[in-house]
Structure formats: C-alpha cells, structure tokens
Design a protein. Sequence first.
Length: 120
Amino acid sequence: MNNFQLQINKLVAEFVAGVTELAQRAAVESLQQAFADQASGKMRFDGKTGGKRTNSELIDMMEQVRLYVLANPGQRMEQINKALGTTTKDLQLPIRKLIADGRIYSKGSRRVTQYFAKKK
C-alpha cells in the first residue's frame, strides 16, 4: 500500500468511528427520553411507533372531535381527519368512546359512516 492509500484508509476509519459514536449517543438519548416519559406517566410516542396517550390527551381529543362533529354534522372520518390534521388511527378510540358515552352517533357503515353529535 502506498502512503496515499494509507491516509485514505485512516480517514475512512476515523469517519466510521465518528458516525458510530454519534449513532450510539442518539440511541442512548432516545432511550433516556423514553424512560423519562414512562416514569412521568407520559407514554405518548409519535403516531408511527404506537404508544399510549395519556388520559388527558385522550379527553382533549374526544372534546375536539365532539365539538367538530357538532359544528359539522354528517361528515365522514376522512373529512374529520383532514380538518383536524389527524389520522384514522388517531381518532378510532376517541370516536368509539364518544359513541359509547352517547355523545355522538353514527349513520352508515365502513367508508360512508357519517358522524353526528347529540345535542344536550
């Protein structure tokens, strides 16, 4: 091996070591944050990885959905999602709970299900 090739190999090894160290630090920080959230009772993770919402987050989402449905009767899930910036997965539990509580009701099935709020 010539001197030029030795220098390239050294630089590549240093780069790989640096990237490995950064990845390890990021993983440790992520785990520390997850454990801190769990210890504080805040189990919410981003929607892509799952996780549980806190009770207050769920109640807030239920009220937001109820108020939206009250103001916009007869809308379907995709319309509600678009307006609230949510996904169907985010709204399934709040809507099921609202229906079970009798605060909203639905007409239709599957993709044509429309939601209506019961007026008090």
